[in-house]
Design a binder for this molecule. Structure first.
Ligand code: PEP
Ligand code: MG
Length: 597
């Protein structure tokens, strides 16, 4: 029977496909389709891994100390029995032969089926056996990964395996991923993955997981609470990214409607591509700059292709994530930054120093795990510039790498989350020191403009201090909203209170734009509001002329700019700023674009 699940919309568009349920902890397991000719080899690989684990378990049992408790040996026997369970092996084999899943995926798919069955059992003793199955599966998974040339984190693409290896080659059709949660760093694998959309139980619209999804232009719904419990493996699912709706097992009529909408979306994109080479100039002749936000060096290519006029925010922290504590050294960073500079062919590249912390931990932890592990509030902790200043040698390595990359093209250096004069001073001291070090070592480096993210209310209040020290400021509205309203941007439970239209937020944005312009300093918005059509007119009316957003949003925002009359919008923005309920007034004036992203 058809079922609807409501969540939070993350990115536009519609995905239709069969559900693949993946446990959050196993999201980074390789998911790809194998060619029919590889089926036997894949099954053999699975057997090898099983035999290896069998030998390990026997050795463990043999080497148990004499005084070890009886239960330990019994436990080894249970694990050995599970390992050699024929029905289990057959079920895993079916995922490989029928679905063409790679062995790791087949194993975890079957594990998920079993875990659900165990969870539904009444008998507590049996329910607890779930842990045994999971432990055995983990061992086999490690053995599989050890025998494979693919990195564990490669969600190797079905698409890149060549003809006949995409989802259509299997029995599946398109696939969508359903998980309790996905860590931001795991999202990066999505780009080349087999999944065309995803749904998570947790997360807010401006969590970093959602932001990366938006940048990848994948239809997604987060905060869908019970989705991973209600949806079953292989259910047909429609993800309506515009409405934040998930439809499970849709009726033929509903399905037809969504197939139509998918086609409309494609046509709309084609239409928009016609304005790619036009400059973003309003009806009254105001020139607007539309830049791109990127997470990885490879994204620069899409930014360029989308017609962005530079990179307004390179979230460099994604280079630092999931590396088992091995942070990138100066050379590796230099190469990464240089690659972006080269890809943008003379257009400015704004590199933000690392913003690690809060919902972007160094190691992969889902939002749920983060909440569980940190009883303190990580969003208020050692994050961004605080983290960098706490480790000056790491910070200097990054700043030096950025200065060196500036030799090959215009680079702007942006610092996140600064809140006070002493942090400005320490940061600028480090910058000075880095220049001296490079000069002493006779290493080439370029001139950079320096800027600060304005994303904490304290920063907007003492903005003149920032404007004295920096060449430009960039409004991080995602955090500004979070810290102004005391709403965790990653928490779906309070997502309805995360309100960009709150007058306190709008006043800070307007004031920042006004003061920066009066001081003759650059000002842009690089938070999600910049790419959200709901706010384009309002921001133009407030005097903003520089926006940075996901590459996929550039053309839609450009279209809005081309139709705008800024003097009219300025008058309307003035009225909206005075309103108690700005959103309602904006809707009456049709200044809210009529829709979100
Ligand atoms: C912001 O806070 O608006 C921003 C652009 O930075 P991030 O989303 O990476 O915190
Ligand atoms: Mg921020």
């Amino acid at each position: 029977m058809s079922m609807q699940i409501f969540g939070l919309h993350v990115s536009r568009g519609v995905a239709i496909g069969r559900a693949v349920l993946v446990a959050s902890s196993r999201i980074d397991v390789a998911h790809y389709f194998i060619d029919v000719t590889q089926i036997d080899a894949e099954i053999a690989r699975l057997r090898q891994a099983r035999d290896r684990v069998g030998a390990e378990l026997l050795a463990l049992k043999r080497d148990l100390p004499e005084d070890a408790p009886q239960e330990l040996a019994a436990l080894m026997d249970v694990h050995l029995m599970l390992l050699h369970d024929e029905s289990l092996e057959e079920a895993i084999r079916l995922w490989i032969t029928e679905r063409h899943y790679n062995a790791e995926w087949a194993l975890t798919a079957q594990l998920d089926v079993l875990v659900r069955q165990f969870d539904e059992m009444e008998d507590e003793y049996l329910r607890e056996r779930k842990a045994d199955i999971e432990q055995v599966a983990e061992r086999v998974l490690s053995a599989l990964v050890a025998t494979h040339e693919r990195p564990r984190s490669a969600w190797s693409s079905a698409w890149s395996l060549g003809a006949g290896s995409g989802p259509d080659a299997g029995t599946e059709g398109p696939l969508v991923l359903i998980a309790n949660d996905i860590a931001p760093a795991d999202m990066l694998h999505f780009k080349r993955s087999v999944f065309t959309g995803f749904v998570t139980d947790v997360g807010g619209r401006n969590s970093h997981t959602a932001i990366v999804a938006r940048s990848l232009d994948i239809p997604a719904v987060v905060g869908a609470r019970e989705a991973s419990r209600l949806i079953r493996q292989d259910d047909w699912v429609i993800i309506d990214g515009d409405a934040g709706l998930v439809i499970v097992d849709p009726s033929p009529i509903v399905l037809e409607e969504y197939v139509f909408r998918q086609r409309q979306g494609r046509l709309e994109r084609e239409r928009l591509s016609r304005i790619k080479h036009r400059s973003a100039v309003t009806l009254d002749g105001e020139r607007v700059t539309l830049m791109a936000n990127i997470e990885m060096p490879e994204d620069a290519q899409s930014a360029f292709e989308a017609g962005a006029e530079g990179v307004g925010l390179f979230r460099s922290e994604f280079l630092f994530m999931n590396r088992g504590g091995q942070l990138p050294d100066e050379e590796e960073q230099f190469e990464a930054y240089r690659a972006v500079v080269m890809a943008m062919k003379g257009m400015p590249v704004t590199i933000r120093t690392v913003d690690i912390g809060a919902d972007k931990p160094l190691e992969r932890l889902s939002n749920a795990e983060l909440r569980h592990e940190h009883t303190l509030n990580p969003a208020l902790g050692l994050r961004a510039i605080r983290w960098s200043l706490a480790d000056p040698s790491m910070f200097r390595r990054q700043v030096r790498a950025i200065l060196r990359a500036a030799v090959d093209g215009p680079v702007k250096l942006l610092f996140p989350m600064i809140s006070r004069a002493s942090e400005i001073r320490q940061t600028l001291d480090i910058l000075k020191r880095c220049r001296e070090q490079l000069r002493d070592a006779k290493v080439n480096y370029g001139d950079v403009e320096i800027g600060a993210m304005i994303e904490i209310p304290a920063a907007t209040m003492i903005l003149p201090v920032f404007l004295r020290h920096f060449d430009f400021v960039s409004l991080g509205t995602n955090d500004l909203i979070q810290y102004t309203l005391a709403i965790d941007r990653a928490d779906e439970a309070v997502a309805h209170l995360y309100d960009p239209w709150h007058p306190a937020v709008l006043h800070q944005i307007e004031r920042t734009i006004r003061l920066a312009r009066e001081a003759g300093k650059g000002v842009s918005v690089c938070g999600e509001m910049a790419g959200d059509l709901e706010f384009t007119d309002l921001l133009l009316g407030m005097g903003l002329r520089s926006f940075s957003m996901h590459p996929t949003r550039v053309l839609s925002v450009k279209q809005r700019v081309l139709r705008a009359d800024t003097s009219r919008l300025a008058r309307m923005a003035g009225q909206i700023m005075e309103a108690e309920e700005p959103r309602s007034l904006a809707a009456v004036m049709s200044l809210d674009g009529g829709a979100g992203i």
